[in-house]
Design a binder for this molecule. Structure first.
Ligand SMILES: [Zn+2]
Length: 281
């Protein structure tokens, strides 16, 4: 009996130790600590986000005049680079909803638009304009980290809930919405106004995600620095709700300092040049 008690005690101890270890391991991979936003509600569950995102994606694909998607079959090299960069960030161990979202990426062929956006469910769209505008892969990874954060933190579902209301979004999820309602949402996608707090969270999470990759972690700041230096006559989604890009650069760099992550070593530029050269001229 005594030996059994010891066995039980030892095995209970091992279970507790395993639990403690798994907790501490989990903490290492915990989501990036960021600014809290209130109120921060969404219309429904993450599986509903996926259904909504899939419906919106179908509508985007069916609207080539507004969203001319670069055909994957004709541009496999461009898509392989975009997916490689996305996967580098996805595999950072910092994405809370990594296994729950679709993470489908599409390129929109419009060189005059410096933008990227995401929809509920983790569908991400990147314009050729922003890929060509940026100088290296680390800076582009910063932008992708920002969009991946909007998806991971469900910002588009939360913002759409505020903008369109729960019943309209649920109608779309349940297949009861009119074509006009879906078209209305799709038409407003690239100008969806996130709150300043959501933008701050996306910037901070971009740094946090990239801190666990080989990219320099403050890549997101480069976009603001470059557009600010050029006078910034075009206002993409990244700048739409924040009047002062300098504040965002300072905030991104402060987060990098707080995390103690690498801000200097750029990846070889050659792969990014190949990415840019694989796009239509
Ligand atoms: Zn944003």
């Amino acid at each position: 009996m005594k030996r059994n008690s010891i066995k039980i005690a030892v095995s209970t101890g091992l279970v507790l130790l395993a639990f403690v270890l798994s907790c501490s391991k989990k903490n290492e991979n915990a989501a990036v600590p960021t600014t809290s936003c209130f109120p921060d509600i969404t219309f429904s569950s993450i599986s509903d986000d996926l259904i909504l995102g899939r419906q919106i994606d179908s509508q985007i694909v069916a609207t080539p005049s507004e969203y001319p998607i670069l055909p994957r079959a004709q541009y496999p090299v461009a898509y392989s680079h975009l997916e490689r960069i996305t996967n580098n960030i996805k595999n950072s161990g910092k994405i809370g909803n990594k296994d729950k979202l679709s993470w489908e990426v599409k390129i929109i062929h419009n060189d005059s638009v410096l933008n990227a956006f995401c929809t509920p469910g983790g569908y991400i769209y990147v314009y050729t304009g922003i890929i060509k505008y940026l100088d290296n892969e680390d800076d582009f990874a910063g932008v992708m980290g920002h969009e991946i954060a909007h998806a991971d933190l469900r910002h588009s579902a939360k913002t759409m809930t505020q903008q369109y209301g729960i019943s309209m979004l649920m109608n779309i999820v349940l297949g009861k919405a009119s074509q006009g309602q879906l078209a209305q949402i799709v038409a407003g996608l690239s100008s969806l106004k996130y709150s300043r707090c959501h933008e701050t969270q996306a910037d901070e999470n971009s740094v946090g995600y990239l801190s666990a990759t080989s990219y320099k972690c403050n890549g997101a700041a480069s976009f603001f620095e470059k557009i600010s230096a050029a006078g910034g006559s075009r206002t993409p989604e990244f700048m739409s709700t924040h009047p002062n890009p300098d504040n965002r650069v300072a905030n991104i760099n402060a987060k990098a300092k707080e995390l103690g992550c690498n801000t200097t070593l750029p990846n070889p530029i050659s792969q990014y040049t190949e990415f840019k050269n694989s796009l239509p001229k």
